[in-house]
Ligand binder design. Sequence first.
Ligand code: TMP
Length: 219
Amino acid sequence: MPYGKFITFEGPEGSGKSTHISLLAAYLRAQGIGVTLTREPGGTPLGEVIRTLLQHNGSGEAPVGRAEVLLFLASRAQHVERLIRPALAAGEWVLCDRFEDSTLAYQGYGRGFDLSELQAVNHFATHGLKPDLTVLLDVTPETSRARLLARQSATATLPDRIEGEADEFHIRLRDGFLNLARREPARFVVLATEREQDAVAADVRAAVSERLMGCGHAD
Ligand code: TMP
């Protein structure tokens, strides 16, 4: 059984990751490919508990910055060993909503932790597993904020701990993601999302077809 492919989706809030992951999963399944959809933090029972702790101060106390990093990484270590590697070994393609680039963007560029230290702990958590392809869905901080507010008013929810960070944090974060993509062009594809959803979805399929399926076009 050949190994499956590991595709991660990254980007600021409101970039459309969950929509485009679902659309790509439907496309791959129609090609007869087995797909596992997952997310970080989360993806395992332990990871989902960590997600609640992180997003809404589930312990009653906000984690300090270094504890926040380690909670994301604890979720990742569990996820890689319990879900991602077994699925890839079974030949499934794994589509993951956020992975190690989110730690570099949010905790590195956003919160100011040293990137090489974060890379080292990321490597410890993943045991060296790297995505075959990372789709960076880019969105300006203004559109990201507007989409977030629209979603919160539609679902009557409040911003979580990270969504509620100041505008400068979200600007650094977006620039950080773009920097990461520039450093590894062979792994990343960067897609602008302030356009028709169908056009973005077609570009996602084209990137996957060209880079992972050895085809020149998706349809
Ligand atoms: P989301 O996936 O629903 O957008 O929520 C995850 C939140 O956690 C989001 O605000 C990004 C943040 N995050 C980090 O700060 N670092 C990480 O390593 C990961 C995976 C997520």
